[in-house]
Write a protein of this length. Structure first.
Length: 381
């Protein structure tokens, strides 16, 4: 959430530089997210500030076990369950964006959940807290060495809306060092442990925790060359959620200041972020997003900065070895003495015989090209 970093920093500097009394701050203060109705843009996240002292004496874990009926608080007999190999899994992931983009957040995960193997809890009788790295331990059976495992952790509300909490994708072909090949035998169970990124989240009473497992996450992650057949062995398979026992609600941090009180700039955009995905008549799945032309202008200086970005990704639904991904970015700086423009494009493509990347960059001044360059890199399969 928005907060006054300046006030917090000044308080700390006053203590260390001016010997001012240190406020009674908790050892660690964290923003704990809660369920948000998924949307392209969210003005204010649901959540609260919490505190913990990080003592090992307060370390606790909640274990949920995978079984034929979903996620349970108790272990049961193991089974093998097939993981769908749907190339559209990842359509609800959100764009690959960067800091400052308006919109592009992960959407309702329900369509992606339908493309994955999902394990749900019953409706929660009490809140469940996650503070740290959730872990997923299971057995994987597959027919190809080169394969991916994409896992998502979601919260599902009473209306069936699925909110993304955290996610992780691992390359099963690599060992834990990521430098060597992992041991592999077709059809044999491989035990693995997957660590999600560190997350602070509160699962609400009455909602459900959902673990989703898939074999790809396009276009966030470039898929494996061939589509593997995969099963999850739920024998002793479990989802572990760490959470200190001493969590308490912390005091809110100071609200942000409007600095400067009267902005010296103005912004405008030709529209919101545009996103779409689907499948063409030719059998290609596609993902497309475009950030329309946006400008920040400083009238007193006669200076403006503008940009637009677009990304198109396609993949043949019946052959995951053929993908294309193109990205174009345009920056423009307008000054009293002229206009500078940078146009760049990147095209990555994979075919059965390898991968290639082409990058082109053009610099223009008042509409005339003053510099240009291109790069080509190829890698044989």
């Amino acid at each position: 959430p928005a907060m006054s970093f300046q006030d917090v920093a000044l308080t700390g500097w006053d203590h260390w530089l001016k010997e001012a009394p240190m406020p009674n701050w908790p050892r660690l203060r964290l923003w704990q997210r809660a369920f948000d109705v998924p949307a392209d843009r969210i003005a204010m996240r649901a959540g609260r500030w919490i505190s913990t002292d990080l003592s090992e004496t307060h370390a606790m874990e909640t274990a949920l076990y995978l079984g034929k009926d979903g996620l349970s608080w108790q272990t049961g007999p193991g089974t093998r369950q097939s993981v769908p190999a749907d190339p559209q899994h990842g359509a609800c992931a959100g764009d690959t964006g960067y800091f400052g983009r308006a919109g592009g957040l992960p959407l309702d995960q329900s369509p992606d959940d339908a493309r994955a193997l999902c394990f749900d809890t019953e409706s929660l009788e009490t809140e469940v807290h996650l503070v740290g790295h959730a872990e997923f331990h299971c057995g994987i059976v597959r027919d190809l060495a080169q394969a991916q495992l994409a896992c998502r952790l979601c919260e599902v509300d009473t209306n069936g809306r699925s909110n993304l909490v955290t996610r992780q994708v691992i390359n099963l072909h690599r060992d834990e060092t990521l430098d060597g090949d992992a041991a592999f035998s077709p059809g044999q169970t491989t035990r693995l442990s997957l660590h999600f990124p560190s997350t602070v989240y509160r699962f609400s009473k009455g909602n459900r925790i959902r673990l989703c497992i898939a074999t790809s996450y396009w276009p966030q992650v470039w898929p494996a060359p061939c589509r593997a057949s995969m099963q999850v062995d739920t024998t002793d398979a479990r989802l572990v959620l760490p959470c200190p026992s001493d969590i308490s609600q912390a005091e809110d941090l100071p609200p942000p200041h409007r600095l400067p009180p009267e902005p010296s700039w103005e912004t405008r955009s030709e529209g919101p972020l545009f996103r779409e995905c689907g499948e063409t008549a030719e059998g290609e799945s596609f993902h497309h997003w475009r950030q329309p032309w946006s400008t920040t202008r400083f009238p007193e200086l006669g200076l403006s900065f503008s940009s637009t970005t677009e990304m198109n990704c396609t993949a043949l639904t019946d052959d995951s070895a053929i993908q294309r991904c193109s990205v174009s970015v345009v920056y423009e700086i307008e000054r009293p003495d002229g206009t500078a423009r940078i146009e760049s494009s990147l095209l990555g493509r994979t075919e059965p015989d390898g991968m290639s990347v082409v990058l082109e960059l053009d610099a223009l001044w008042n509409g005339e090209v003053v510099a240009e360059r291109s790069w080509l890199h190829g890698h044989k399969a």
